[in-house]
Design a binder for this molecule. Sequence first.
Ligand code: SF4
Length: 784
Amino acid sequence: MTKPADRVSDVWGERTPYAVGGRWPSRPDMELDEGLEPEDVDTWVTSACLLCSNGCGLNIAVKDGRMVGVRGLVEDRVNHGRLGPKGLFGWRGQRVGRLTQPLVREAGRLVETSWEDAMGRVVTASRRLLEEKGPLSHAFYTSGQLMTEDYYTVAVVGKAGIGTPHMDGNTRLCTATAAASLKESFGTDGQPGSYADLDHCDALFSFGHNVAATQTVLWARMLDRLDGADPPRHVTVDPRRTAVAERSEVHLAVHPGTNLALLNGLTREVVHRGWVDEEYVSAHTQGFEALCATVEPYDPRRVADICGVAAGDMEAAAEVFGTSERVVSTVLQGFYQAHQATASAVGVNNLHLLRGMIGRPGAGILQMNGQPTAQNNRESGADGDLSGFRNWQNEEHVRQLAELWDVDPMAIPHWSDPTHVMQIMRYIEQGSIGFLWVAGTNPAESLPELARAREVLGSESLFLVVNDGYPTETTELADVVLPTALWGERPGTYTNVDRTVHLSDKAVDPPGEARSDLEIWVDYARRMGFTGESGRPIPDWDTYEDAFEAWKECSRGRPCDYSGLSYDLLRRRGGMQWPVTEESPDGTERLYTDGVFNTGHDYCETYGHDLATGGAVTPQAHAAARADGRARLKAVPWTPPPEDPDGSYPLRLTTGRTVHHFHTRTKTGRVGVLAGAAPDGWVEMAAVDADRSGVADGELAVVESVRGQVVVPVRISDIRVGTAFVPFHYGDLDPVPDVDEPPRPASRPRAANELTISMWDPVSKQPTFKSGAVRVRPVRPGEG
Ligand code: SF4
């Protein structure tokens, strides 16, 4: 076993280089409580890491009924034994600072109470609103960290029990664009590629994906290819000089808000220089002529002007894509949380289609997920979509769900796109939504324009229920807080970014009176008396395994088909890639190997959208277009981002992550070694911008937009001039590491979302966190 002596600073661990076509060598990583040796452990429980979308397979070490460590699984297809710093140490955060008893608001304060009282209040408020205002008074906002079984349960409770379309997940903030781009290009959600493509690729493109910080084990695999024989060529698009950019042959440090102009330019180069696989394009795509016409104005000089990069660099990047045989592209928040997000991500899909680089070893697209179970939120329909990647405009798809759930099809809301979280916030503001159930997420820190978000979540007219394992900025605003079991404290399955499904067994009991989210929602549904047409309860399961069996039936015949899986099989085999069916019992490494896509009229998840406006393609227009299994090439012109910098606010804002933390630090902030490695927020800027702003490296500075301000230390870096970066992990509360204490108020404002703007992509509805203008100035006496 590799001892993680300093795996907090040595983030990616020792190198194990390998050559193209080889097998990524194993490297078993392990961390146990001090003084413990592997033979001291009572049980090693099947699981996978739940701290990013990589989904590294591991065992949880249990001694005397307590979680005491983890070890990476060398046989797991995802990580070959490796774990990053969050995986190695994050579990410790579950042992301190937890919520252990339900809380209710009395005279403005949260006080401890019984489950009976807490659930009674939830049901009373829910019944009153359903009677007074109907189902549209209710909304659910869930997480990217629950289990498939939790998501499917709440999806069924919300859609079939209550009948509300107001359901979303915080996946809206991180992976909605991944889903939208896959649906637009290929007809349904679902990653075409596989991590094994990294073993075969001859070029690697990182589009707005700081993989070295966000999925450290995936970056270790890439580094091992880059350090091995026949390394892939590597191109990075990122305004920051990240560790990923450092290892690139071409680094395109584009202005935030100009990704689409770059993609249009790269596409034009591929077309103009004769690198299109004409046979593939003709047989397997539609829309080629319109695509060429749209990208034609984006010649290298124009793209260079818009993006602020050298024309030669853009041409060099195009040459890498155009002359390589097997390209892997990964895409993440630099594209998803930016202006024209879906159109830019679709641009990456277009490049692969034009080159015929999809569905074969080494030629893969990974429209990355941010959170570990984001994929399951999307699959199950907890994000508002219809479960099993079904199409809300397709009556047969709705009928299938109605049959599964024992309700009339008209009971399932399907008259429009589901309501995304920013619209849910607006409906609360307007008073039509009066009941919001938040689970496993912290919108009072993670939504854009926090001043407004806090006001909405704290409004008198809203009954706010929050399921969480910890006190957060959001539980502080709740009417009822329900303490939940976390990872390893209840069973469940989840799916990583390359469709690998893992089972995580229950290893230990949850603390105090905490219960699982599934248990809570089933209890709510029973108290509400939700039943189907034949009198069957909704949902008609009580346990995780039964929920999984129900989900398997829901997924049967759909792209995310789990019907060939079982808890036992996952225990025996470890992670497997969906679809797993009778016909493909070992799972499926790659989608679209035959060039047939999910765009058929009766099968697709969406009929598509205008990427510029978000306007939906009608069923009639889709049927007339006869995609019939061909992928859709789509493009729109670049437009300037909103709120461009000006004399008053001269810097473009971009927000993002740091390697040692996950989201709002509810877990990682409670682990001493992780909190110690990244204790505070900061603003990163170029030296010339710091000079102009009158601030110096290491000094506290005020960063302000028209919406709010933060006070954080300055870090001078190689970030492109005119850009300011602020990490989004830090909020108004500071978790206390390693001791069982509640979080403490932070001494100054630090939440990046005090600065961000309430805008979103027209198709994916993902907020554009990476936009807006800010200024940086010295702290005045009395501030900070
Ligand atoms: S890469 Fe992600 S899934 Fe793997 S150990 Fe690190 S945080 Fe966990």
